[in-house]
Design a protein around this ligand. Structure first.
Ligand SMILES: CC(C)(COP(=O)(O)OP(=O)(O)OC[C@H]1O[C@@H](n2cnc3c(N)ncnc32)[C@H](O)[C@@H]1OP(=O)(O)O)[C@@H](O)C(=O)NCCC(=O)NCCS
Length: 204
């Protein structure tokens, strides 16, 4: 996720490119020194990598201190939530979770979708996503929602393939675990895509 956010993400944020160009022009005006200007792209790329790594590590720590550190207690004790793993030859290669969102009127949220790099593009993501949709239909939820900051085409392709529709994009999303310091705001910026799928809930 780190290179994806730090480098691929740059293509999606013209406002960040504009900011870095303004920083370069300002540096040139102050220093009038070409080698400082030559060094700036390296500093920007390093800054983006460093802060993306820091935020993503913070996000993982946040997840471990919350649900992922106590899967049994968080997901498996209540009928309103569940977590599934995909197993290939005795090894866990994928995970997905579902949590009900009482506030959003009968919606269940798909969370933690991830497939081991060695098993990607083999249908594991679709199989996991379908588990969440089955869970939602069985428990008669009206919709399944999810949010993602991924820039990889694979993540968006997966959700579209499962029948989700993108209903909103938040630019400059505050990732859980981020510190939101000035440098972090300069070098870490992500878009959060919100997806939804309405389920056909009919009274029997
Ligand atoms: C996103 C992710 C879960 C997809 O899992 P997967 O097991 O590779 O997905 P599937 O094999 O079931 O493929 C689902 C669809 O997406 C497409 N797809 C998957 N990876 C792709 C890629 N890198 N580029 C283009 N399309 C891709 C597949 O072709 C398939 O579409 P199709 O049936 O029309 O051909 C996996 O890449 C991953 O774990 N990524 C890192 C974590 C992440 O981004 N999580 C999701 C955001 S929260």
């Amino acid at each position: 996720m780190v290179p994806d956010t730090a480098f691929r993400g740059l293509n999606h944020h013209p406002e960040s490119l504009l900011l870095y160009t303004a920083m370069t022009a300002l540096c040139f005006k102050i220093t009038m020194c070409w080698w400082v200007i030559g060094l700036l792209p390296v500093i920007v790329l390093f800054g983006r990598y460093f802060y993306s790594r820091r935020v993503i590590h913070g996000y993982l720590e946040h997840a471990m201190s919350r649900d992922m550190g106590d899967i049994e207690g968080f997901y498996m004790k209540s009928p309103d939530s569940c977590l599934w793993v995909a197993v290939v030859e005795g090894k866990v290669v994928g995970v997905v979770a579902a949590v009900s969102q009482q506030k959003s009127g009968g919606a269940v949220e798909l969370q933690r979708m991830s497939v081991d790099r060695c098993c990607r593009q083999c249908g594991v993501g679709v199989a996991l996503g379908r588990k969440v949709l089955e869970f939602a239909a069985t428990h008669r939820y009206s919709s399944v929602v999810l949010g993602t900051t991924a820039y990889t085409p694979g993540a968006h392709r997966l959700y579209q393939r499962l029948g989700f529709r993108c209903v909103g994009v938040t630019n400059g999303y505050a990732t859980p675990g981020a510190r939101c310091s000035l440098l972090e705001r300069i070098f870490y910026r992500v878009r959060h895509h919100q997806y939804i799928q309405f389920l056909d809930v009919q009274d029997s």
